[in-house]
Design a protein around this ligand. Structure first.
Ligand code: CP3
Length: 347
């Protein structure tokens, strides 16, 4: 571990314990808004950056050193573990993941291999170990969730309405179930390997699951999310986080899962989650990242509001409601981090 004292505010907030200040980190805190990231990215493809542990560790550390955030998140993508199991995926700058062999039939599902982290993604485990030696904040490991991974695998790339995914789910329910179970196994195996390598918390990104209504979520997705968080809880006491965009209507379902922390986007306030929906878990979020392109006074007022709500009960981690954008200025995130630390100490 690095010389500096270890900052465990984030882990304490995950466990709803008292903190010195509200911990803060930003989804996609490593990314194209950073000139240093863009410079490294010029030399490598996304997956090369991911696969060279020294580069992966450097990019992971960048926002910790530059912004003063309370956690690091491993630099990888939700697509990283899909490549070795037979998904032909490329990450196109400004577009996202693009898949050359989208899933159409049950055969496309059954021919996917099982993930063996030590053989298939040794560089991820190496990066986690390296970062554990270097960081004085906790490292978050992560995985995509089955619905969100499946949406890319079926659509072949980013989508606005997920109609191919839903059509597959409705018309081939048995194949859907095989796919969900396969991806649940991958998620659990991948996260357990990251935890064994030293990840101090894990986040499951279900970014696009908010496209489903509550009954469909309950029928087609909730059972495998119960399986994932149940198996993770059985294996270790490392905190788990579940996040999705536009998924406020699913929070009552999420509240029944064995996840420790729920991520909110900007559409659901912390007060609403706690007081109206009765969520008693830790909450993470939820400044609208678009606001970071607006005037500082508005950013500060909104951040103040989020902290005021967050500190009413133990267990709040400040974050954005979704990832950073390339247009955001590094200085804005530096100023916001300092503001959150200072303001939350006064409360
Ligand atoms: O700093 C971090 O947050 C860690 C790294 C991280 C990336 N992707 C790096 C990345 C994490 C946690 C992710 C997760 C991810 N990837 C999600 C879930 C979170 C979310 O934002 O909803 C999703 C849906 C993806 C799929 C994906 N990969 C998208 C939508 C994009 C962005 C397209 C773009 O270029 O704007 C990617 C590519 C990607 N993943 C980049 C980064 C830094 C940009 C790659 C580049 O340099 O071109």
């Amino acid at each position: 571990m690095a010389d500096k004292t270890f900052n465990d505010n984030f882990l304490r907030a995950c466990r709803q314990e008292s903190v010195d200040h509200t911990p803060v980190w930003y989804m996609r805190q490593a990314g194209r808004y950073q000139p240093e990231y863009r410079k490294i990215r010029e030399k490598y493809t996304f997956f090369e950056m991911n696969e060279i542990p020294e580069v992966c560790a450097e990019v992971t550390r960048l926002p910790v050193e530059q912004l003063g955030v309370d956690t690091a998140i491993l630099f990888a993508d939700i697509m990283t573990p899909l490549k070795p199991i037979g998904v032909e995926v490329d990450i196109k700058s400004g577009v996202g993941p693009v898949i050359a062999n989208p899933i159409r039939h049950v055969d496309d599902v059954t021919k996917l291999r099982d993930l063996e982290p030590e053989n298939d993604v040794p560089y991820i485990l190496e990066s986690v170990k390296m970062l554990n030696e270097q960081l004085s904040v906790p490292l978050i490991g992560f995985s995509g969730a089955p619905f969100t991974l499946a949406s890319y695998m079926i659509e072949g790339g980013p989508s606005k309405n997920y109609h191919l995914t839903k059509a597959f789910m409705y018309s081939q329910p048995e194949a859907w179930s095989v796919l969900m179970e396969k991806l649940a196994s991958l998620t659990v195996t991948y996260l357990k390997a990251q935890i064994t390598a030293g990840a101090k918390a894990v986040q499951v990104f279900d970014s696009w699951v908010g496209a489903l209504n509550q009954p469909d979520y309950r029928h087609y997705v909730a059972p495998i999310m119960h399986r994932i968080f149940g198996e993770l809880k059985e294996a270790s006491d490392v905190p788990t986080i579940y996040f999705g965009v536009g998924a406020g209507h699913l929070l009552p379902e999420w509240n029944c899962l064995q996840a420790d922390v729920l991520g909110l986007d900007w559409r659901t306030t912390i007060d609403t989650a706690r007081e109206e929906l009765g969520i008693r878990k830790s909450l993470q979020g939820n400044l609208d990242p678009s606001l970071l392109l607006g005037p500082w006074e508005m950013i500060e007022a909104q951040a103040r509001e989020i902290i005021d709500q967050g500190v009413k009960e133990p267990g709040h981690i400040f974050n954005l409601g979704h990832g950073t954008y390339p247009e955001i200025k590094v200085e804005t995130l530096q100023r916001l981090t300092a503001f959150i630390h200072e303001y939350s100490q006064q409360n």
